[in-house]
Structure formats: C-alpha cells, structure tokens
Design a protein around this ligand. Structure first.
Ligand SMILES: NC(=O)c1ccc[n+]([C@@H]2O[C@H](COP(=O)([O-])OP(=O)(O)OC[C@H]3O[C@@H](n4cnc5c(N)ncnc54)[C@H](O)[C@@H]3O)[C@@H](O)[C@H]2O)c1
Length: 334
C-alpha cells in the first residue's frame, strides 16, 4: 500500500487532501507545526478528525528543521510527497518576512531535497495565483511571464517553482506545482475574507471592503481543488515539470460576493469602504485549459452552493468559531 507524505495537514487544504487519500485506503504521514498564524484550536480540530483513521500518522514537526524532515523520510519512506505546508497570507508577509523565508524557502528546499534523496515518484506542491503579481492580462495563463511578484509571499511561491524546475532539470525529478486561486469552504482559513466577513456579520461588526469593493477573485471550492490535487498525484499524462492553475475560471466581484453571503446567512453587512492594500492583486482569474486537459479538472461548484456549505459549517460549529475569534482578538491586542 502506498504511503504519501502530506505537509500542512492541520491546515485547510492539507486536511482535505489527507482525508481524501485516507478515504481511498492510502497511508498518510501528515506533517504540521500547528503554528499560531491563526487559531491552533482549528488546526487541532482538523488533526483530531484525521487521527480517527488508523492509516494516518500525525507528525508535529517544523519543515524548516532539516533533522526532523530527514527523520520523517527515513522512518516512513513515502512514495510520493504532496507539499502544502507554508506560511500563507499576503498581508502578513509585509510585517513578517523571515517567517516566509524559513517555512516557504528553507522548508521547501528541505522537502524537495529529501524527496530527491529518497527517490520519491512525484513531488506535488502548492504554488499560488499570487505569482501572477503585476500581470494585467486576464485570464492568468501558465504561459504568462511571472517575474513581477508584488509581495514576499508571492516571491517565495515563485521561488518554489524555480527550485522545482532545477530539480527536474538536474535529477529528472517529477515535480508538479499547483497554482491555487482563493480556495474556500467548510473548515477554511479564518484569515481569508469570506471567513472574517461572515464572522463580522454575525457579530454585527463592520467589515473593511478594500479597493472600494472593486476587487475580483476566482473563488474555488475546496472539493473542486481536491479533485485537482488528487489527479496531480495520480495522472499519467504529465511532463516531468508541470505548473498548473487550479482555479474556477469565473471571477466574482467583491460586492456580489458580500450580497451572496448576506442572502445565505440572513445577516446584513456593515461595510466600511477602504483603498486597495499594498501587495493585493485587483483581479485574479484562472485559465484552466491546461488543468482540464492534463488533470481532467472541471470545477463544478457554484459560489452560491459553496458558500452555503461554508455558512452551514460556521453555524454548526460555534465552539470552534468562538475559539478562532477569541484567538484572533487576543493576538490582535498583544
Ligand atoms: N487557501 C488558498 O486560497 C490558497 C491559495 C493559494 C495558495 N495556497 C497555498 O496552499 C497551501 C495550503 O494552504 P492553506 O489554505 O491550507 O493554508 P493553511 O495555513 O491553512 O495551511 C498551511 C499549514 O502549514 C503549516 N505550516 C506552516 N509553516 C510550517 C512549517 N514551517 N512546518 C510545518 N508546518 C507548517 C501550518 O501550521 C498550516 O496548518 C499553502 O502552501 C498556501 O500557500 C492556498
């Protein structure tokens, strides 16, 4: 039976990837350091769900620590790696540059080098739509130039793609970089707008609408993304080096997004209009021709349907929601 090393399993996307692989009878070694970028309670709650499966091993380790990474490879001998752990977030990278260097650059090199030494069959990793940075041509295509990252987060994600290229070139390693576009859903990330908007609406607090609501995002529902990631782990018709967009191909304006959330939650948003934030892209919108051809990727979840699942999860999990909110308030005051 195959053993797959998945990093970032206490995180949003890693949790779902691990759950799906376990559901297919595979053994998953999940690595995460449960860091407090957002509520560790939420991360622990995801991890507890995964731990119920006896084919899941939860390794609490920091990927920037080479010794830990070496030990994990030596102990479990994974045949594939799905590397999703990273310091995420564009705004946070303006104030915390070294965290990005440590987790996203040093951590990435530790993972890909150990994957090479241990001859893994393929190395699938998370990149991001943010690599398109200053691009103005839409939709974003994998053939576009991506040498104008507008945040350190984006620069680290682009560096991952370049490092992967070198590993394919030098060692003929199979590397597949997936550029995710604003992934959302139940168990999602509380630092993202859909989560904080929902929570503010629930508490009757104002929400800050950056760029006066003119931003557009290609919201991609988690189930659709997971289908794409699982295909990347198994598809045969792939080149040794691949970069593939996993987006929804349907950009949504922020104001439409807010009114959908209002309809579904039955709550009214109190909006505070604000200028664009440095480092934020105005629009992100994926060309998914390559994902469709190579991975059979076909996002099918409409925003209304996906947000409905998220709103239901939010209402069904008051303990976790409270923990997330309390954590955010306590760290904001610190
Ligand atoms: N969610 C999105 O919309 C989106 C969009 C583009 C790219 N991505 C990328 O997809 C991947 C998964 O994102 P997510 O939304 O699940 O984020 P997440 O923050 O929920 O998950 C990342 C996980 O990695 C862990 N981690 C971070 N640094 C670590 C370290 N040094 N050692 C061990 N574990 C560490 C965190 O504790 C967290 O649980 C990330 O690489 C992210 O950059 C996500």
């Amino acid at each position: 039976m195959s053993t797959i090393l998945v990093t970032g399993t206490a995180g949003f996307i890693g949790f779902y990837v691990a759950k799906s692989l376990l559901g297919r009878g595979l053994t998953v070694i999940g690595v995460d350091n449960f860091n407090p970028y957002y509520s560790p309670e939420l991360k622990t709650a995801r991890d507890e769900i995964l731990r119920k499966n006896r084919n899941f091993v939860s390794a609490n380790a920091d990927i920037s620590d080479l010794k830990s990474v070496e030990t994990i490879f030596k102990d479990y001998r994974p045949s594939m790696v799905c590397h999703l752990a990273a310091q995420a977030g564009v705004r946070y990278s303006l104030k915390n540059p070294y965290t990005y260097q440590k987790s996203n650059v040093q951590g990435f090199v530790n993972l890909i080098e150990q994957a090479r030494i241990n001859s893994v069959e393929r190395f699938v990793y998370a990149s991001s739509s943010s690599v398109y940075g200053g691009n103005t041509k839409l939709p974003y295509s994998e053939d576009d130039r991506v040498d104008t990252p507008v945040s350190l987060y984006a620069a680290t994600k682009r560096s991952n793609e370049l490092i992967a290229y070198t590993y394919t070139h030098l060692w003929n390693m199979r590397t597949i970089g997936l550029r995710f576009f604003t992934v959302y859903g139940p168990w999602g990330r509380p630092d993202m707008a859909y989560w904080s908007f929902m929570d503010a609406m629930h508490r009757r607090s104002p929400i800050k609408v950056f760029n006066y609501g003119k931003n557009q995002r290609d919201f991609t529902y988690i189930d659709d993304v997971i289908n794409g990631v699982l295909s990347a782990l198994s598809a045969n018709d792939l080149d040794q080096y691949e970069i593939i967009n996993l987006g929804n191909n349907k950009p949504v304006g922020l104001m439409d997004f807010i009114s959908t959330l209002e309809d579904l939650s039955g709550l009214k948003a109190i909006m505070e209009m604000a200028p664009a934030q440095p480092g934020d892209a105005i629009a992100t919108y994926a060309c998914i021709d390559k994902a469709s051809a190579k991975l059979g990727f076909k996002p099918s979840t409409q925003l209304h349907e996906g947000l409905k699942s998220f709103v239901k999860w939010y209402k069904d999990n008051p303990t976790i929601v409270d923990a997330v909110r309390n954590f955010r308030l306590s760290t904001a005051e610190a």
